[in-house]
Design a protein around this ligand. Structure first.
Ligand code: ZN
Ligand code: CU
Length: 483
């Protein structure tokens, strides 16, 4: 390094966990103008500010690859749920649901309503959405998918059928606008009612547009229960036909009948990955969460209500209890409480561990920020992996966990200059105490911040220190890098 130039920030005495999976080593990190300019010894450095990182792990900032923070970036720009677990970049617009491009005059169908209120769907173009994000920056960086379901809702009256030729053309035009504006790819949520009637070809047409400009395809597959393997085949077929890298969202196998089936699904994904770029993300819990719906409820042994528009008083209550109080069956109560959301206890812990342990597994929280009583994954996914699964259960090494939260997602989602600690990289940095890092959010108390995250830095600016937000909002909108 040119020693003469002074640094904005020096992080000294920590263990460097660089995001590649390499073993940690002792080193100091120098930051100037939002980038890492040196990793080495601070002995001769001059810096405007210094962070003492002795006893701590200095990591690239965590990338939450699966979020629904599209509107939360405006409503709650300090994003404490994410920043308190070390996240510096969120990827929004998942599961086919993006905030743009859609102007809603009436409530859009679930799961769009899960992500934002009707009035929040106010962007006719994706470029207007990204410009608004840039004009009101958040603490963290954001990269955004354009959602197939949002495109359907923007051009179709009746979502219970395949799109017509004219509607496909209209979706394609809006999708191209989104990609040109900087959407990082296309997401779909064929599981959900407003997209379930779409044949694979309808999605392939949009993903093809993304592939042409270097975009990625993220799929909440059509079935994560009895038909999970066929649904993976469908997603892989779409990605291959289009020529786009595939990320299978929140990979899981649901329902007691399917416990153990992750052996087959992981083998299938690994096989597909031998001839096509296929990745997946996972959250570290054996319960899922989404809109109230019969498919999820019927696969679950227990359902917890996260919110209900007609009956807000039942947020946090078990469905069986709410149903008894309403004098209804659980099935009837689902309808009476909708629109609303639930946590579904529907997975096997061994499957969760097997999926987490796969070396291709990235971490995505899939948290839904505007739920009254959210799934604890919103506040605890990253720290639960590092504390519970890495330090306590010893599923894999700390360095490997950090790679799946940083270097791996940066390459899968094509986020340039992020995800590793190296000279020239953008200075998104998370400093963790490996001895104390832990999630504290539980199903009973789902919004408790994590412990053990000492400092979080975005583009060289501290956004979290001493257990609290600094108030700074240096987050960038990450527009898809030109192909
Ligand atoms: Zn999803
Ligand atoms: Cu999702």
């Amino acid at each position: 390094m040119a020693q003469a130039a002074s640094l904005d920030l020096a992080i000294v005495g920590g263990d460097i966990v660089d995001g590649t999976g390499a073993s940690r080593y002792r080193g100091d990190v120098g930051v100037r103008d939002g980038r890492i300019v040196d990793i080495g010894s601070a002995a001769s450095w001059r810096a405007a500010a210094t962070i003492d990182a002795r006893g701590l792990a200095v990591c690239p900032g965590f990338i939450d690859v699966h979020t629904h923070d599209d509107q939360a970036l405006f409503d709650d720009p300090l994003l404490p749920a994410k920043v308190s677990q070390g996240v510096t970049t969120v990827i929004a617009g998942n599961c086919g649901v993006s905030l743009a491009p859609l102007v809603a005059s009436a409530p859009p169908p679930s799961p769009l309503t899960e992500v934002a209120d009707t009035s929040a769907f106010r962007f006719a173009t994706f470029s207007a959405y990204l410009d608004a994000l840039e004009a009101a920056p958040a603490a963290v960086n954001a990269a955004c998918f354009v959602g197939h379901t949002t495109l359907r809702a923007a051009v179709m009256e009746d979502l219970s059928r395949p799109a017509s030729q004219d509607e496909r053309r209209a979706m394609a035009a809006k999708c191209e606008e989104a990609l040109a504006a900087g959407a990082i790819g296309v997401s779909s949520g064929l599981f959900y009612p407003p997209a379930f009637a779409a044949p694979a070809e309808e999605v392939t047409a949009l993903v093809t547009l993304a592939a042409r400009v270097g975009g990625v395809y993220a799929a909440h597959i059509r079935d994560e229960s009895d038909g999970v393997e066929e649904a993976i085949d469908e997603a892989v077929a779409i990605a291959r036909a289009a020529g786009a890298p595939l990320v299978i969202s929140h990979h899981k196998v649901s329902g007691a009948r399917n416990f153990g089936r992750s052996r087959a699904t992981l083998a299938k994904i690994a096989h597909a990955a031998t001839c096509h770029c296929v990745g997946f993300d996972v959250y570290p819990y054996a319960a899922s969460s989404t809109m109230l719906n019969e498919k999820s409820w019927s696969a679950a042994t227990k359902t917890l209500i996260t919110w209900s528009q007609p009956h807000p008083e039942f947020a946090g209550v078990e469905l069986s209890v709410a149903a008894a109080q309403l004098g209804l069956s659980e099935r009837e109560a689902l309808a009476a409480l909708s629109p609303g959301g639930g946590v579904y206890f529907m997975m096997d812990e061994d499957d969760v561990r097997r999926i987490l342990s796969a070396s291709a597994a990235m971490i995505g929280s899939d948290g839904v920020p505007n739920n009254v009583r959210p799934h604890p994954r919103l506040w605890g996914s990253f720290t639960r992996v590092l504390g519970h699964y890495v330090r306590d259960v010893k599923l894999f090494s700390f360095e490997e966990a950090v790679r799946r939260m940083t270097g791996l997602p940066a390459s899968q989602f094509r986020l340039r200059d992020r995800g590793v600690l190296a000279p020239g990289a953008i200075a998104d940095i998370t400093i963790v105490d490996p001895q104390t890092v832990a999630d504290r959010a539980t199903f009973a108390e789902p919004t408790l911040p994590s412990s053990g995250i000492a400092h979080v830095i975005v583009r060289g600016t501290p956004i979290w220190t001493g257990g609290a937000s600094t108030g700074a909002r240096p987050g960038a909108v990450i527009r898809r890098a030109a192909a």
